[in-house]
Design a protein around this ligand. Structure first.
Ligand code: EPZ
Length: 422
């Protein structure tokens, strides 16, 4: 298992290209199942999760070709040979559940393994199930699989989510495009990845209104055509790299970054004393002098502060002046980076979904362990500012969601390298 070794202390200067969004690509790829015609995704990120989704779609009979060094994905599912998403693949990536809606809409049946929990929480799929049942499917949980059937096809319905769910909104949106009649999704997720999916489905001929708001209306159509669609920029990668100069000092321009993708996060950075500016090439972030100020953060569905940037923000608050309170309201166990940061000298007091961080002058490098995707990168950010050497182990978590993180940071002056465990 690879590790990443960082010598802290270097200020960062330079530019970092922001890739296409992992969480947009993971819902755009299953959309190929909705049409017999080819779907081409450009600006695709090169990540292990994308390769896992490709393998899942191929196990269903789709063809997926990674062109231009993986930047372009050419997908086609002319004929679907299986509607079973096997546990062996699904257990590696929860987003596999996003084949449920498209398979039901296209084939009228699906057997999708329950993903099981992951480090950050139980990750239930009851809202996905509720949405499919509202559209007329019958679902039964048996031997760890959701067995779904819509023998008469799907029909439009009103789907009212009790809580905001990104994945359940995506499954409902995709399924509704081919359901007979009108579907209204209420309390829909408003994330940019939902908007990007709606734009792609509309290119394929879907009739959708209201994406990005809490109510999305879909008029079902008989069939969808192929399309070519650029994957939206990754707002979580963007926020992560905006934090790099904030924590290490210096100035970095995140190429392709758009402020509208990270407005709540950018406001918090500015409140902490960091300069954030939209340029014609992206977002420039700089930390002039002195320590950052402690700020309080509460995670919420978009347009609130993203849960996927909570761990990274905590790393910044560890060296801030004062005490900050971070409330994690989306997942039940998303502070596993805290004990690792404390090994580096951070002062963090965790009670349930609340972490109180008392900033210290400097962290000290130490061997630490990655536990999940976003926790891994928060440890790397902490290592950039720490005194001495930090070695982050189990970086396979990192490679799920970040392309060549050590190369992007080294290009801006960080002393960072990947150590192959052989
Ligand atoms: C998506 O996960 C993202 N993953 C997550 O990013 C992100 O943290 C999350 O949305 C929230 O923004 C992808 O897009 C592939 P949810 P998802 O359904 O769809 C509960 C990363 O680091 N819930 O919005 O699974 C759930 O337990 C990953 O890139 C139910 O109760 O998230 C959670 O508490 C991590 N029943 C809350 O809703 C359900 O049926 C929000 O989950 C579904 C969800």
């Amino acid at each position: 298992m690879d590790s990443i070794r960082i010598q802290g202390g270097a200020e960062l200067r330079g530019a970092i290209p922001i890739a296409g969004a992992k969480n947009a690509c993971l819902t755009l790829m299953p959309a190929t199942l909705l049409s017999e015609e080819p779907l081409t995704l450009t600006n695709a990120p090169r990540l292990s999760d994308i390769r896992t989704m490709s393998a899942l779609l191929e196990s269903l009979g789709a063809e997926v070709s990674a062109l231009q060094d993986g930047r372009v994905l050419a997908l086609s599912s002319h004929a679907i040979s299986s509607t079973r998403a096997d546990y062996e693949i699904v257990r590696k990536m929860r987003a596999s559940v996003l084949v449920l809606g498209p398979l039901l809409a296209r084939e009228g049946h699906a057997e999708v393994s329950l993903p099981g929990g992951c480090a950050i929480g139980a990750r239930p799929v009851d809202l996905h199930q509720m949405a499919m049942e509202r559209l007329g499917a019958e679902l039964e949980l048996r031997d760890g699989y959701l067995h779904a059937r819509a023998s008469k096809g799907l029909r439009g319905a009103v789907i009212e989510f009790p809580i905001v769910s990104v994945g359940a909104t995506e499954n409902a949106l995709m399924a509704a495009t081919l359901a007979r009649g009108t579907t209204v999704i209420r309390n829909a997720a408003r994330e940019p990845e939902i908007v990007d999916l709606a734009h792609c489905l509309r290119r394929m001929g879907a009739q959708i209104e209201g994406e990005g708001s809490a109510e999305i209306v879909i008029e079902g159509v008989d069939r969808l055509s192929g399309a070519t669609h650029p994957v939206v920029a990754d707002r979580i990668e963007l926020g992560t790299y905006m934090l790099a100069p904030a924590i290490a000092g210096g100035e970095v321009e995140c190429l392709g970054g758009r402020l509208d993708l990270v407005s709540a996060f950018a406001e918090k950075l500015q409140e902490a004393g960091i300069d954030v500016e939209q340029t014609d090439k992206g977002i420039r972030v700089s930390r002039k002098n002195g320590r950052v100020r402690a700020v309080d953060v509460t995670t919420a569905p978009f347009p609130g502060f993203p849960t996927d940037l909570q761990a990274q923000m905590m790393a910044l608050m560890c060296t801030a002046e004062g005490c900050s309170v971070l409330e994690e309201r989306i997942f039940e166990n998303r502070f596993m980076h805290a004990p690792e940061l404390m090994r580096m000298g951070a002062r963090i007091d965790v009670h349930g979904g609340t972490a109180r961080v008392t900033g210290v002058e400097r962290l000290r490098g130490a061997p630490v362990m990655a536990t999940d995707l976003r926790a891994s990168v928060s440890l790397i950010l902490a290592g950039l500012a720490a005194e001495g050497e930090t070695v982050v182990s189990r970086v396979y978590h990192l490679d799920r969601g970040y392309e060549r993180v050590e190369e992007k940071l080294r290009a801006c002056g960080a002393t960072i390298e990947r150590v192959n465990a052989g």
